[in-house]
Ligand binder design. Sequence first.
Ligand code: GLN
Length: 400
Amino acid sequence: MNPLFEQRLGTSIFETMSLAAARHGAINLGQGFPDFGWPEPLLDEAARLLREGSNQYAPSRGLPVLREAVCGFYADRQGLSLAPDQIVVTSGATEAIAATIMAAIEEGDEAIIVAPAYDAYAPLIRQSGGEVREVALRPPEWRLTEEALEAAVTPRTTMLVLNNPHNPTGRLFAAEELAAVATVARAHDLLILADEVWEEVLLTADRFTSMASLAPERTIKIGSAGKIFSLTGWKIGWLAAPAALATTIARAHQYLTFATPPNLQAAVATGLGRPEWLESARADFRRAQRRLADGLQANGWALLPSEATYFQCIDLPRSGMKLRDHQFADFAVGTLKVATIPLSGFYERAPEYGLVRLCFAKSDATIDAAIAAFGRTDALAQEILDTAVKQGVIDDLPWS
Ligand code: GLN
């Protein structure tokens, strides 16, 4: 085995925490998947298509009916003007990201990522021979500035990866931050890989502004039916890009998965034509976020704002927890029986060690059980300290 490969590619934190949750019988608020929110008629349609539709290879770029539906959906919801030859359907958004990076990044190119960054970007960039430049956002504002982006650009930079709404922070970037991305990308002729899979999971806003509306000539917009319809296991994703670029990326997709299940594609096409199916889910996610946040805050937990995505971050130092994020996550899954995601692993350098991410897209019963398991911060802070000291795992923390 190539040792570099082993060194670069560890087990993802999402898989690690889901396995740990299963091992400990813990409530899984780690990996981001919902336990409600999908439109039941969409499942019926998919079941019907499994029997009555095609079960053979779809065209590699995706079913025409789905590519048209993606264009119609974005025209209605984001005011985008896209044609089907700009769309490539992939096996999940992660494959769209991989195909884009594989097609666009060459040996020696640099790509900018915004940390805390989704865990797939950096390894994919490196596997393509590229180098990663990190722009690190800091809590609690997580603000992205033109100066920070500009400072990360070198003559070798060819791509900027922007995830908006942003996982794991739950931020929805403001208009001036998006404008800064467009300005810097134009000034240096960069492609923008716009991972917008959370575009429909909005908690504080009703409309989403896509990078594809601000810099259409250089944006590869990534979307996900799994996120839009709360069906993360379906792994139907897509990208939308200028037509010539879409064709190049489609060539990379040919050699990754080639094509994606046709019956699920056809079902998603139907779903995208029924935006009313999405309304109740959005209201339910907002309710779930408030339920988790209210319950935790009532017990003394300090939270960061959550504007979008399925995620809510806890501020550990301000909650009185004298543990680093990964130590807290280990303690939480093993002892409290709640799986979380520590944020420090989403930085290349100078990580934030004070935050864990919780997925709130769960039934009331699951949320209430998690709140009860976390308990009051004052009692827990002491218990954690005692346990950590006993196990000898406590670090010399800046806030301890
Ligand atoms: N997007 C999901 C999350 O952030 C994880 C997807 C995965 O497990 N790779 O939790």
